[in-house]
Design a protein around this ligand. Structure first.
Ligand code: KG4
Ligand code: ZN
Length: 327
């Protein structure tokens, strides 16, 4: 029984996982309303909100799971990447639980958590598979060879996909977070404009900052263009690039399973485009609530470390710029 804590950004989340895939509780307190007025996440405000919410949310999780804190076997927590102040709250809280109850502490790479969310959704899913990881801070194609063994095939050289959505939404004055709004308004719009697709045919790395800048100039130069149409055209360019690269790699390597992870996995155009490959490839993406930040995925990744006795000591530190190279 693993208790999981996630506080890397603007969601305070806790979960309790029994065994491999029995979620007894999965609670997320979204701070979006708190940060919305600022047009983005304010790190110090996020950290303070985590302090305020985390303890109460945890009590609720134990109540919902109908177990006591003493019933857990370990506590797993995101130790990076993320906002330093926000991460510190979760990691300190998890250490407190570990120390006071004498339960092992397991630090989890938040990015690995996003991939592991798929094992919760699809208990029969097994490596090897290809992953497209598309979150607010990262964008990568990975070859997952085994549960804790993977290779980075391509990464973004500048902005992450989610970051590009958020920045373009800001340019278009659509509010925060940008991904869901752009996704929604694009449904009723026309993809009239041809925005650039940097590095399209060049390997498996991504680059989205030029795309974002071209939207910025377009808005300046064509003030009469409809926001919805610009958003839809931007979305088409970014999603087309993601889908092209990940499917190309999977087909080349003859790997049938593609697993989508991270907040942008919720994007409806991404799902629609990937579904056109259904006859050649199996596409997996978790339900919406497991795509965006949650603690269930931190429990699931923690479980793999638990069964391998991969525990951390109370020296576990937060790593705000943690990449994909450390599990
Ligand atoms: O994985 P996540 O919840 O947090 C990070 O670990 O970064 O991802 C958040 C990102 C945000 O940039 C948000 O705009 C984007 O995911 N996102 C979406 C959608 N829903 C969330 N992007 C495109 N379409 C969506 N439907
Ligand atoms: Zn995330």
């Amino acid at each position: 029984m693993i208790f999981g804590v996630e506080t890397s950004c603007d969601e305070t989340a806790v979960a309790i996982l029994k065994g491999k895939d029995q979620l007894l509780s999965n609670l997320v307190y979204s701070q979006i309303d708190v940060h919305k007025i600022f047009g983005g996440v304010v790190p110090e405000v996020a950290a303070r909100k985590h302090v305020e919410v985390l303890y109460k949310l945890s009590l609720k999780a134990f109540e919902e799971a109908q177990i006591t804190p003493n019933d857990i076997d370990a506590v797993s927590v995101s130790f990076g990447p993320g906002l330093i102040g926000a991460l510190l709250i979760g990691v300190s809280f998890a250490k407190g639980i570990s120390l006071s109850l004498g339960k092992p502490l397991i630090g989890v790479n938040h990015l690995m958590g996003h991939i592991y969310a798929n094992f919760l959704e699809f208990p029969k899913l097994k490596p090897p598979f290809v992953t497209l990881l598309v979150s607010g801070g990262h964008t990568a194609i990975l070859l997952v060879k085994d549960y804790l063994d993977f290779e980075i095939i391509g990464e973004t050289r500048d902005d992450a996909a989610g970051e590009a959505f958020d920045k373009v939404a800001r340019i278009l004055d659509l509010g925060y977070p940008g991904g869901p709004v752009i996704d929604e308004i694009s449904k009723k719009a026309q993809k009239l404009y041809d925005f650039p697709r940097p590095l399209y045919n060049k390997g498996y790395d991504f680059s989205f900052s030029g795309l974002k800048t071209s939207v910025l100039y377009f808005v300046r130069d064509y003030p009469e263009a409809k926001k919805e149409d610009i958003a839809a055209s931007f979305q088409e360019a970014i999603i087309d690039t993601l889908v092209y690269k990940v499917t190309k790699f999977a087909i080349k390597e003859n790997i049938k399973d593609i697993v989508i992870a991270g907040g942008v996995a919720a994007n409806s155009l991404l799902r629609e485009k990937l579904n056109t490959f259904k006859d050649k490839l199996n596409i997996y993406y978790p339900r919406q609530s497991l795509c965006t930040d949650n603690a269930a995925m931190i429990c699931r990744a923690g479980y793999e470390k638990y069964i391998r006795n991969m525990f951390d000591t109370l020296d576990l530190d937060v790593v705000p710029n943690l990449g994909l190279s450390k599990i």
